[in-house]
Design a protein around this ligand. Structure first.
Ligand SMILES: [Zn+2]
Ligand SMILES: [Zn+2]
Length: 376
């Protein structure tokens, strides 16, 4: 599951930002990440995120609801329903507080997962590769190390919640009076507020950074493989785990090799003489050219297995699939005089028989059996 980024972080504004600040931040970021201008991987997702954040934070009611209830409050019935006792979500909140008597504060949220895509060549999939990714992610601010306060200044105890991070509110409802405990919206549950916000992140504690990340693509991946880099996603709330970074792999087709699981399929053309007489063929493999003994009398469509020349099994060192060589017997389209002479001579020795030396097991033999009544 992916966790949504905090809307204030998406717009890179402080939690007490004015509507003007929010509008300005949105304009700047929307311009920067608009898909028409920015073709970076992930830019479209960021653009969507920025828009979503702006839609909520630019609407005073939705912003207030978001401040109290988080994403559920901004988008679902929970926040709004609660105020007017309208929705089931709202009643659920009440029941929970009423009967549970406890708080509804959520635990710290895990960081958001990031997903990127990469296309690699067939050979890179077989032998592995190192790929560099331009990752655009939110990280703790480099100036304040995530404290949100300008270096040299200290965070002060939150006056709203007196440092507890929680606000207790007495609610009157059809069930009578009860106390509801929610996360303090002033300090977002952290218990401290910042008097002098960090000048770099404007008190957000986080900033968006571009990072080059080198990723080892292991041998044996295939289209649809997903590589997970633990904790390389976005950071979570204080005390929560970072998200993960996922790389989705797509493998380009190869000119001569085809993949069947961990086996590699390759077609081998043999002329009719070599197929009939047998030959040592030079066969391309992912390891380079290898010799394959073709027995006399090889037929079109016959397959030969070359062991251990396929794709390494993903995640198991040393073990590999096989290469499967499928023979296609090619009949010459053009003959010179000498070849024609030889083939005519050959034809004379064979008559109508399609399988000389193989007794009468060809179609012609069966046909003769059929008309003489020997067969079935
Ligand atoms: Zn900062
Ligand atoms: Zn507070």
């Amino acid at each position: 599951m992916t966790t949504k980024t905090d809307y204030y972080e998406s717009l890179q504004v402080a939690r007490n930002a004015t509507p003007e600040d929010i509008k300005k931040a949105y304009r700047k970021l929307a311009f920067q990440y608009h898909p028409d201008r920015n073709s970076d991987a992930g830019a479209a997702d960021l653009f969507k995120e920025i828009n979503e954040a702006y839609q909520v934070l630019s609407d005073p009611d939705r912003r207030a609801s978001y401040d109290r209830f988080g994403h559920a409050g901004a988008n679902g019935a929970a926040g709004r329903g609660f105020e007017g006792f309208e929705g089931f979500g709202g009643l659920g909140d009440i029941f929970e507080s009423f009967f549970g008597g406890g708080s509804r504060t959520k635990g710290p949220a895990r960081g958001r997962d990031l997903e990127y895509r990469t296309t690699i060549s067939f050979m890179e999939a077989v032998f592995g590769a190192e790929k560099e990714f331009d990752i655009n992610r939110v990280e703790p601010c480099g100036r304040c190390a995530g404290s949100r306060a300008e270096p040299g200044t200290a965070a002060a105890r939150c006056a709203t919640c007196n440092g507890s991070g929680q606000v207790r509110r007495v609610q009157r409802s059809i069930f009578g009076q009860f106390a509801q405990v929610t996360t303090c919206s002033t300090c977002r549950g952290e218990g401290t507020t910042v008097a002098t916000p960090c000048t770099q992140c404007k008190g957000a504690g986080r900033e968006r950074r571009r990072r080059k990340i080198s990723v080892n693509i292991p041998p044996g991946v295939d289209t649809g493989s997903r590589i997970r880099l633990r904790s390389e996603g976005e950071p979570g709330d204080p005390g929560a785990a970072s998200g993960d970074l996922y790389i989705h792999v797509e493998v380009e087709p190869h000119e001569i090799f085809e993949r069947d699981g961990d086996d590699v399929l390759v077609n081998l053309e043999l002329n009719v003489a070599r197929a009939a007489l047998g030959a040592t063929a030079q066969v391309p493999t992912v390891d380079g050219l290898r010799e394959l003994e073709i027995p006399a009398g090889t037929q079109s469509g016959q397959a030969f297995r070359m062991r251990n020349l396929g794709v390494p099994h993903l995640g198991s060192s040393g073990r590999r699939g096989d290469q499967i060589v499928i023979v296609n017997v090619a009949v010459p389209r053009k003959l010179d005089d000498r070849q024609r002479e030889l083939l005519e001579e050959l034809a004379a020795t064979m008559g109508d028989d399609v399988s000389p030396g193989g007794a009468e097991d060809g179609w012609f033999g069966k046909f003769k059996d059929f008309i003489s009544g020997d067969g079935n």
